[in-house]
Every structure is written in structure tokens, then in C-alpha cells.
Design a protein around this ligand. Sequence first.
Ligand code: SAM
Length: 215
Amino acid sequence: MRVRNKPWAKGYMADHLDRLVVEPEPLKGNWQSRFPSNQPLFVEIGTGKGQFIIEMARQYPDRNFIGIEIQTSVIAVALKGVVNSGLTNIQLVHTDGEAINTFFEAGEVAGLYLNFSDPWPKKRHTKRRLTSPVFLAHYADVLQPEGQLQFKTDNRGLFEYSLGSLNNFGMVFEGVWLDLHAATDGVEDIQTEYEQKFSKKGPIYQVIAHFPTNN
Ligand code: SAM
């Protein structure tokens, strides 16, 4: 996501540290302390301007949500959305999602969302894809048993890569959609900013899977 530098971003973020975490490691195992109620915790990596995660928090008040975003000028916009929403079951984290296992404890995360992640099409950048083995290993560390990884994208190349990557990791597929918006199986789809933009140009792909359990 390319955005212009926002001169107000850093000051605004410093003023709203009740909604934004900039040093997540000390919260490992203790994220519920950031919310009024102890509820299942759902995380989105690469949350962008927050449209998806804010709407999820609105529709599911019995869950807690965390949006992780690496870019300052982008998360500042998401933060405005969170503050203006008045919702208390959502927090944002300004960091690299790759390090997720350094700030969530094993089993602390009930479900994980990856929406329209950057495709990194060049082979030498494969490791930066959010569905590459390095990231998957960290997701496996923090997701509770049978906790879902839900991934959607408009990018067929990234989708095909991701199916292979999840499969190589032994993940169990719960559903694969090659045209999510044409689905007639009662799929609920809260749309992201990119989804609204790119669904006009072609199909949206989705996969829902979980890591194998050892029983
Ligand atoms: N999910 C949003 C949507 O669907 O509208 C935004 C999609 S945008 C293409 C991808 C976002 O992921 C960007 O804002 C980017 O900064 C963020 N991102 C990429 N790699 C990341 C990482 N390792 N950790 C956290 N955020 C990341």
C-alpha cells in the first residue's frame, strides 16, 4: 500500500497509546489486559487502513481484535478509524508481523487474517510473502489448536504460491474459493479496502486452513 507521508501521524499515534501498541513484546501472554473483556483474540497482519478489522470488531463484540501494520502513515489512518469508532474490542500494533511469535504466547491467538498481502512477485523476495514458510512457522507457534488462518487475495500468482506453501506445511484445508464473490455457500465476507477496489477487476480468491494437531 503506497500512501503519502503524513506529518501528523507520529503525534497522533503518541496521543493514542491506549489504542495503539508500539512495543508489543512485554504483552506476550497478557494481551487480554488491553481489553475490557477477556474474549477470543483474532489478529490481522497487514491491516492497512483498518477497514476490515474495525468492521469485524463492530460485528463481533464478543471477540477481541488486533490489527498489525508496519507502515507509520498507514497505521495512523487505521488508528483514526479505531478511535472514531468508539469500539473497545480492538487494538492496533505498529510492528512487523513476521515477529508475531515474539509477542504472542503459544495458543494465545484464536484466528489469523491475511488480506490482500503484498505479492512480492520476485523470487528473491519470496521470504517476505506473508504465506512463506518463515511466517507460517510463526503462525503455527501462536495459533490455538485448529485456530483458522484465513487468507484472501486478488493475486492469482500469490494465491497459487500460498496454496502450495500451506500444503507443504501440512495444513488442513477447510475451504478454497476461486471466486469468493460468486460463492453461494453462505460465505460471510466483510470486505477490505483492497477487496472493494480489486473485485471490480477480477475474482477474489480465499483459503481457510488450520495447522495439523498431534492427536
Ligand atoms: N489488508 C488491507 C486491505 O486488504 O485493504 C491492506 C492491503 S495492502 C496491499 C498490504 C498491507 O500490509 C500494507 O499496508 C503493508 O504495509 C502491510 N504489510 C506488509 N508486510 C507486513 C508485515 N510484515 N507486517 C505488518 N504489515 C505488513
